[in-house]
Design a binder for this molecule. Sequence first.
Ligand code: OZS
Ligand code: MG
Length: 214
Amino acid sequence: TRSTRPQRMLKAVQKNAIRGNPESVISAIDYFCKHSEWAMNVGDEKGCILDSVVTEVDPSTVLELGTYCGYSTVRIARLLSPGTKFITVEFNPASAEVARKIIAYAGLQDKVTLVEGASGDLIPQIKKLYGITTFDFIFLDHWKDRYLPDIKLFEEYGLLGKGSVLLADNVICPGTPEYLEYVRNSPRYESRYYPSHLEYTKVEDGLEKSLFLG
Ligand SMILES: O=C(NC/C=C/[C@H]1O[C@@H](n2cnc(C(F)(F)F)c2)[C@H](O)[C@@H]1O)c1cc([N+](=O)[O-])cc(O)c1O
Ligand SMILES: [Mg+2]
């Protein structure tokens, strides 16, 4: 049967990247997406903004919603200090399988806990299951209609502390209007928009960084 795009992306990593070298894995995926098949990774342009925010926050606890093939997982994990707790959540088992292999190929498997499931089910259990009190950094890149309900779950279950930073992908394209309206109008957040482009295209998109004020 025909392979899937994530499986072809994995093959491109295994063919063109150097095992244990995260930079080469990132480059191999970007090359694949520019020259073979577009895929919904955060990409190199928005990826540099992601890198700068992760470096600035230097988090001890990280949550990513929407692992997909693990591209942003590798981007984030390669920048983390030893001992950082990094949880990434993926709903689709086939994507999770590819992501595990790409994360392992980059040599970052010991820095990442990949959890399969739905955010709505998982968020209420994270404290109990993973011994996390609050997240210093959260990257939102999953289903766009889940950003708002999930940030409300973070608040409800006390997973945000004063200074927690949320970074949301695709706030313009495909767009997350209800989420944007919430974080930009809530007195509990300080929000800032980072203009950029939809991965591998000239279409406008960007990242919204929101600081939880407590
Ligand atoms: O739809 C987009 N992304 C949706 C991304 C969805 C991915 O997040 C997973 N997920 C769902 N729930 C969870 C969790 F963890 F919550 F349980 C994880 C899904 O299985 C899928 O792999 C998208 C689309 C475009 N585009 O141009 O169309 C560009 C982009 O950058 C995008 O991110
Ligand atoms: Mg995205």
